[in-house]
Design a binder for this molecule. Structure first.
Ligand code: NDP
Length: 246
């Protein structure tokens, strides 16, 4: 496989780390962003100990100028971005009748505005070079909705609308744009959910367990090779059978 330059946003998180490691294992040059330099430097050292050389650059995906600087820093360090994984995301749960504007805006801005802010910085280069892979990390809850997550479900459903429009606009330029919709994965985000709620969630998963971050990384990697060039505008569910659509 040709070595490419990949940027994974939120690469220091639970799922992001697995995506970073898998893309690096495939031989790609990989970068991610940070907001807290000390935390990110410690994470980078851990990656190094495990044999992964990952570039880290400052960047807040909710801010257009910061996303611009982040992408330029990646380009300077390891070259123009061929692969972008829009993975950074947060939850700020609450039933809608109690949700405040900050909970709404923080979630929309981190999960959805981020796709505009970061992708806008890489799309011209991909179109010029006639090759690109863009993957949004959405969620099962963007497909089925979720009690207490009107903000998150709206953002995650919006990500797929973004995917299918970008896929059409860029298909002739060798760029594929796809979505991966994970079910419940045992990262900090999900382990923060009260144990009794988690037990109820697990009971609804036909496979009978939470997913593993690398099971999402595998789904992302599926879109990378030249052999996947025909697959664009797709939404790949990776959820243990928790939600089955077609
Ligand atoms: P984590 O909380 O472990 O990681 C989130 C990452 O996003 C962190 O690196 C965090 O960096 C980064 N991030 C958050 N806000 C910003 C920002 N404004 N600018 C830049 N980076 C930011 O989450 P997961 O690994 O669990 O989730 C990854 C993605 O997968 C998310 O989009 C999530 O919605 C989605 N997902 C997760 C599921 C799960 O079960 N875990 C299920 C379905 C979807 P920092 O350390 O600076 O906060």
């Amino acid at each position: 496989m040709t070595t490419r330059t990949a940027l994974v946003t939120g690469g220091t998180g639970g799922i992001g780390t697995a995506i970073v490691q898998r893309l690096a294992s495939l031989g790609h040059r990989v970068a991610t962003n940070f907001r807290d330099e000390a935390k990110a430097t410690a994470w980078q050292a851990q990656m190094k100990d495990q044999g992964f050389d990952v570039t880290i650059v400052p960047g807040d995906v909710t801010d257009y100028a910061s996303a611009d600087a982040m992408v330029r820093a990646v380009e300077t360090a390891i070259g123009p971005v061929d692969i972008l994984v829009n993975n950074a995301g947060i939850t700020r749960d609450g039933t809608f009748h109690k949700m405040n504007p900050k909970q709404w805006h923080d979630v929309i801005s981190t999960n959805l505005d981020s796709c505009f802010n970061v992708t806008r910085q890489v799309i011209d280069g991909m179109r010029e070079r006639k090759w690109g892979r863009i993957v949004q990390i959405s969620s099962i809850n963007g497909q089925k909705g979720q009690y207490g997550q009107a903000n998150y479900a709206a953002a995650k459903a919006g990500m797929h609308g973004f995917t299918i429009s970008l896929a059409q606009e860029n298909a002739k330029f060798g760029i594929t744009v796809n979505t991966v919709s994970p079910g419940y994965i045992g990262t900090d985000m999900v382990m923060a959910v009260p144990e009794e709620v988690r037990a109820k969630i697990t009971a609804q998963i036909p496979i009978g367990r939470l997913g593993k971050p690398d099971e999402i990384a595998y789904a992302v990697a599926f879109f990378m090779p030249d052999e996947a060039a025909w697959i664009t505008g797709a939404n790949l569910s990776a959820n243990g059978g928790h939600y089955m659509g077609w």
